[in-house]
Design a protein around this ligand. Structure first.
Ligand code: PLP
Length: 484
């Protein structure tokens, strides 16, 4: 382990020089006596270059997309253009204040207005609210809209939402938070919704159906129109978890294949590098009959210009975020969309699909693939062969990939595939980098045969070896023990 910044401290060493304090300013009149320190704070004493040499190598110990492929399935960890990062830092965006009068915000409001329309166009839906802060909050907002729709119609008996067993964990959580009971739908042998099972569980109590398409196996739900007609026949609503829109945009409009509402993950599909837990954005799009329930305000436009539109305040579910949501993420999404244009967005989806299929073809003889159909932007391989023959698990393989300079895929998800490895290379990887990743996977398959022990002890080259994930989450301790 490298030393902590406290251990590097040298008494008296300084990084900055402050002007001497004006002795005419009496400190204890500005700061009340009881709040003044009695002893100097124990903070590390270092020069600026000491600090840089501590933090820069630390930052480089973490994996990031700038260092190598990051095939974290469903998360769409693609490389995002730095151009959009620098545009969003323009002072005219950076210095905005949410309480500024509308008349001084016209440029930004125009961008947000156009982004609402662009997302409506891309999705084939009628109205979009940009407010939710992430995919999960988009789901929650969408399910509340479903609830508000049924309540407005007096459909109080509708208390169930159907969700496939391959769904992301946030889906049932969002429904439960709104107060719905979740009914689990089985997948069939092709990894799609089991229609016979669906028919047996749909009834008058069905408020809606929440589907990810392409689903988390990376497969397109090809019976979508039939599913939509079954759900609509009981006045249920079709919700799309749009986290996988990277595979659809420009190719399929969700509103045209039966969906009534959806969320977008701007931080997966439209720029904004994510993964560090930073801000995201999960706008929600709806068909016209659900528009009255969208959060307030939307961005409107009239003869005087752009404005915050509260006109549907009475029917709206209310606000789901302070002010207007994560505007900086929206700006990046807008720049991404207008830079690429319609044709460019379509190419993103096509290349994401080609890359995933190419990679699947390269490794399919070495790893079991439970649903070996043509995939969309991702596919799920697994290590059941390796587990059975050599006692090597998906966790071992994921850890070994770190030694080879790659981030691991999403592992043990979806839950319906034992020892799952969900691989999403994204459109920004070249053939060379896909080849290199496939070679690493194939080398690891070979190592499983020859030296399973090596796999159990991986990773060997990372600064920290296997961490206790549960302890790290439950007992996170980021402080440095100081004796005073
Ligand atoms: C990422 C993801 C979500 C949740 O989105 P967040 O922005 O992380 O809250 C939901 N469903 C699927 C399929 C996802 O991949």
């Amino acid at each position: 382990m490298s030393k902590t910044i406290f251990e590097l401290s040298v008494p008296g060493r300084k990084g900055i020089t402050l002007p001497p304090r004006d002795p005419d300013i009496p400190l204890n009149e500005i700061i009340p006596q009881e709040l003044l320190r009695e002893k100097p704070a124990r903070i590390p004493e270092l020069s600026e270059i000491d600090v840089m040499r501590h933090f820069i190598p630390l930052s480089q110990k973490n994996h990031c997309i700038e260092k190598g492929l990051y095939p974290l399935g469903s998360c769409t960890m693609k490389y995002n253009p730095k151009l959009h990062e620098s545009l969003v830092r323009y002072p005219s965006f950076q210095n905005l204040h949410p309480l500024q009068p509308e008349s001084t915000l016209q440029g930004t409001l125009q961008i947000l207005y156009e982004l609402q329309n662009d997302l409506a166009e891309i999705s084939g839906l009628d109205k979009v609210s940009l407010q939710p802060a992430a995919g999960a909050q988009g789901e929650f907002t969408g399910i509340r809209i479903i609830f508000a729709y049924h309540r407005a119609k007096g459909n109080t008996h509708k208390n169930k939402i159907i969700i496939p067993d391959s769904a992301h964990g946030t889906n049932p959580a969002s429904c439960a938070l709104v107060g719905y009971e979740v009914v689990e739908l089985k997948s069939d042998s092709r990894g799609r919704c089991d229609l016979a099972h669906l028919k047996s569980i749909v009834n008058e109590n069905t408020a809606g159906f929440m589907l990810t398409n392409p689903n988390t196996l990376g497969l397109f739900e090809d019976q979508i129109e039939e599913i939509a007609s079954i759900i609509h026949s009981v006045d249920g609503l079709m919700y799309l978890d749009g986290a996988n829109l990277n595979a659809l945009m420009g190719l399929v409009k969700p509103g045209e294949i039966g969906f009534d509402l959806m969320h977008f993950n701007l931080h997966k599909t439209f720029a904004t590098p994510h993964g560090g837990g930073g801000p995201g954005s999960g706008p929600v799009g709806v068909i016209a009959k659900l528009a009255p329930f969208l959060p307030v305000p939307l961005i409107g436009k009239n003869e005087d210009g752009y404005f915050f539109d509260y006109s549907h305040k009475q029917s709206s579910i209310g606000k789901v975020h302070t002010f207007y949501g994560n505007v900086a993420v929206m700006l990046r999404a807008y720049f991404y969309i207008i830079t690429l244009g319609a044709e460019g967005l379509r190419q993103v989806a096509e290349n994401a699909i080609i890359n995933a299929n190419y990679l699947m073809a390269l490794i399919k003889d070495y790893y079991h693939i439970q649903y070996p159909d043509h995939c969309m932007h991702e596919f799920v391989a697994d290590s059941t062969w390796q587990k059975k023959e050599y006692g090597v698990s998906t966790l071992d393989i994921a850890k070994r990939l770190l030694d080879k300079g790659f981030h691991a895929p999403t592992v043990y998800f979806p839950l319906i595939v034992p020892e799952a490895m969900m691989i999403e290379p994204t459109e920004t990887e070249s053939k060379d980098s896909l080849d290199a990743f496939a070679s690493a996977m194939i080398e690891i398959a070979q190592e499983c045969k020859e030296n399973p022990e090596l796999l159990h002890s991986a990773p060997l080259t990372t600064p920290v070896r296997r961490v206790d994930d549960v302890r790290a989450v439950k007992m996170l301790d980021t402080s440095f023990p100081l004796e005073d």
